[in-house]
Design a protein around this ligand. Structure first.
Ligand code: CTP
Length: 399
């Protein structure tokens, strides 16, 4: 449980901060909120207070009251983490130039950011984001003790499409949790494969599967939260992974590409977690031009893909290998077979028979060890990934 100070400045994205606060409260964090006059145009102090957060709003402050006179300093000293979400273009500009004209900017100046940076989560129209003034302000902030949680791209409230969407509440929670984590895996390099591999048939068609990458993302977070360096080998994903200084994302759409990258990365890695749903077969004759529908039937000739985790384990036997087993029947038996035949240290068996797993935020798995010990887990993918990593920590800390 941490003491988290959250600044809300003026942006429509403030509604996401409400969801973020709700999740932080569920995790039992103590939250105090500074709501700027601009922020109060979008969300109310009452709403924030109803979530169990103390809220301070410029309009209602009374500096004649002794306990409020030093509020900016008290809040800055109280905070173990300081996040400004959303950070509007105007607030970013003020922070870059040291303005102190409201409680939020005063608290920023009063905060000792030498041990913990202030985390900024920008939200603005894409043109405003790309404006040289905003970019220069961001550069200045990065050179000081601020960390920017970069906005995502997509459709914006104004109708534009581009960069400037504030990260979603779930991502903000994960990033916040990472700032609180104990770096027990510092110095460890972990390869995590995730998502669905894609096997091209022609320039427009492909063979793939339902994997979204959400479980892989939860595992990446659990690894980053422990200070590990993570190499994410990404198949097709239904989510966009935020950037992180210890995360390298490599797009490896086909099984062959994923294997090539895995073998390169494995030379100095400590562990590989094969969470990707790899297409077992690829087409023999890729058609360089779009296949025309001339005949009533066509036959695709498929050939087996290499087994990524087995190949990596064969070439790097010292690397800890963690697999997943997606099964629709005889879960434990089939998963245990895969554990043995692929030479793995641990396998996580996933019952995918009910289609309740792919692209969902919850999951149900059994962790099977080489000894045959089995542990069942279910809950959000984040909770399950945390439990899995508690077990992986002991494997990694042995080496
Ligand atoms: N895997 C892999 N390379 C492949 C196929 C699978 O590395 N070509 C990995 C997966 O990432 C997972 C594990 O092997 O960690 C098991 O994958 P799964 O799809 O459950 O099983 P398969 O080995 O493909 O066998 P089957 O499809 O017959 O169940």
């Amino acid at each position: 449980m941490a003491k988290i100070l959250i600044g809300i400045s003026g942006s429509i994205a403030a509604y996401k901060t409400i969801l973020y606060l709700r999740e932080l409260r569920k995790l039992n964090h103590q939250c105090r909120v500074i709501l700027t006059t601009g922020g109060a145009q979008f969300v109310t102090a009452n709403l924030i207070a109803a979530l169990g957060c103390e809220v301070y709003c410029d309009q209602t402050l009374d500096f004649t009251k002794a306990e409020q006179a030093m509020l900016h300093i008290d809040l800055a000293k109280w905070a173990e983490r300081f996040v400004i979400a959303p950070s509007s273009a105007h607030t970013l500009a003020k922070l870059a130039h040291g303005f102190a004209d409201n409680l939020l900017t005063q608290a920023v100046l009063a905060y000792d950011a030498t041990t913990q940076p202030i985390y900024l989560t920008p939200a603005m129209n894409q043109q405003m984001w790309h404006n040289p003034a905003t970019q220069a302000n961001l550069q200045l902030l990065k050179e000081r003790n601020f960390t920017i949680w970069e906005p995502a791209s997509g459709l914006q409230a104004c109708g534009d499409n581009g960069t400037g969407r504030m990260l979603e509440a779930e991502q903000l929670v994960m990033l916040t949790e990472q700032t609180l984590a104990k770096p027990i895996l510092t110095g460890k390099k972990i390869i995590i494969t995730l998502g669905a591999t894609v096997e091209a048939i022609d320039p427009v068609r492909f063979i793939s599967n339902h994997s979204s990458g959400k479980m892989g993302w939860a595992l990446i977070n659990a690894a980053l939260a422990r200070g590990a360096q993570v190499i994410a080998l990404c198949g097709k994903l239904a989510i966009k992974l935020p950037t992180h200084p210890h995360l390298q994302q490599i797009e490896t759409l086909s099984a062959d590409d994923m294997l090539t990258s895995a073998l390169i990365q494995a030379t100095d890695a400590d562990m590989i977690v094969a969470c990707a749903a790899v297409a077992d077969y690829k087409v023999v004759n890729y058609a360089p031009q779009k296949i025309k529908k001339k005949s009533e039937r066509i036959t695709l000739e498929l050939t087996k893909n290499p087994d990524i985790i087995s190949t990596v384990k064969q070439q790097f036997p010292q690397l800890i290998g963690i697999g997943f087993a997606a099964e629709t029947e005889n879960l434990i038996e089939h998963a245990t077979n895969k554990l043995k035949t692929k030479g793995l240290d641990l396998i996580i068996a996933n019952d995918v028979s009910e289609q309740q797993i792919f692209n969902h935020d919850t999951t149900k798995v059994s962790i099977i060890e080489q000894s045959g010990t089995t542990q069942e887990l279910n809950g959000s993918k984040k909770q399950v990934a945390e439990k899995i990593f508690e077990q992986l920590e002991s494997l990694l800390c042995k080496i």
